[in-house]
Design a protein around this ligand. Structure first.
Ligand code: MF3
Ligand code: CO
Ligand code: CO
Length: 257
């Protein structure tokens, strides 16, 4: 069941999206060489509470922390830790989801730590571009599979791989709603996009031609590339409008009401 959000729900989702966007802006300057991912987790938790919201990942299916921090070959769901210290040349995805008055905003970004090699920097830039291309492919009357098709057409030329086991998702009162949004073309996503649908687009792109990933047996969360290749990810929560897509997790200049 894919929900069509009503006016009230859209208003609440805009607020939640705004808070998630501001949280990502807030944490950015702290994402530096020498800091632990636990420190970033704690800053996010405090900011989220201060703004009257809850960190949605905390205790979601038993996830132990408030945010996901995924370094280098970690594809997603990295668990913040006191012993994970960001170092020069790393890339780290910070994935934030807030629950504000019962509605969710979900966004993520991959940060560069210090001097990142040019080829890895390109991976990160192109992954962000893949997200934007996916967003621009959204139009009411189109298909969810248009998103994967557009991203795949763009990404393939670089010899990168698209993660297939994890995807975007409907979002609203629930953190993860139907449907799963694939970032490669699949007929499974031949589902019509309708005005009022809200979902995330969050491509995970791996350098090289091996798209295989595995879940760490130690913590049952951390997803890594099998060959150790770096992986980048960016995420926005979007609303289908009559024109195309409105990004709910983009920082707005105007006051929140
Ligand atoms: N924020 C992730 C997403 O984009 C999900 C994290 S689930 C958690 O869907 F349990 F790891 F927090
Ligand atoms: Co997320
Ligand atoms: Co998400």
């Amino acid at each position: 069941m894919i929900f069509i959000k009503n006016r009230h729900e859209i208003k609440m989702m805009r607020r939640a999206g705004q808070l998630a966007a501001r949280l990502l802006d807030y944490i950015g300057p702290f994402v530096k060489e020498g800091v632990s991912t636990q420190y970033l987790n704690d800053l996010c938790e405090t900011y989220t509470r201060k703004h009257g919201a809850r960190s949605a990942p905390l205790q979601y299916n038993g996830f132990p922390k408030s945010i996901c921090t995924s370094i280098n070959d970690v594809v997603c769901h990295g668990i913040p830790s006191e012993t994970d210290i960001l170092k020069d040349g790393d890339i780290v995805n910070i994935d934030l989801t807030v629950n504000l008055d019962g509605y969710h905003g979900d966004t993520s970004k991959t940060f560069l730590i210090g001097d990142v090699s040019p080829e890895i920097r390109k991976l990160v830039e192109r992954t962000e571009e893949a997200l934007m291309i996916g967003i621009r492919s959204v139009r009411p009357g189109g298909y969810f599979s248009d998103i994967g098709l557009a991203i795949e057409r763009y990404i393939k030329r670089f010899g990168y791989s698209i993660v297939k086991e994890y995807g975007g998702h409907g979002i609203g009162r629930r953190f993860h709603e139907e449907p799963m949004v694939y970032h490669h073309f699949t007929t499974e996503n031949r589902i019509t996009l309708k005005k009022g649908m809200i979902f995330t687009i969050e491509p995970m792109i791996i350098m090289g031609n091996n798209d295989a990933v595995f879940v760490s047996a130690e913590d049952n969360w951390t997803v890594r590339t099998v060959d150790g290749s770096p992986s980048a990810q960016f995420e926005h929560t979007v609303l289908v409008t009559s024109e195309g897509a409105e990004i709910l997790t983009k920082t707005q200049e105007t006051e929140m009401r």
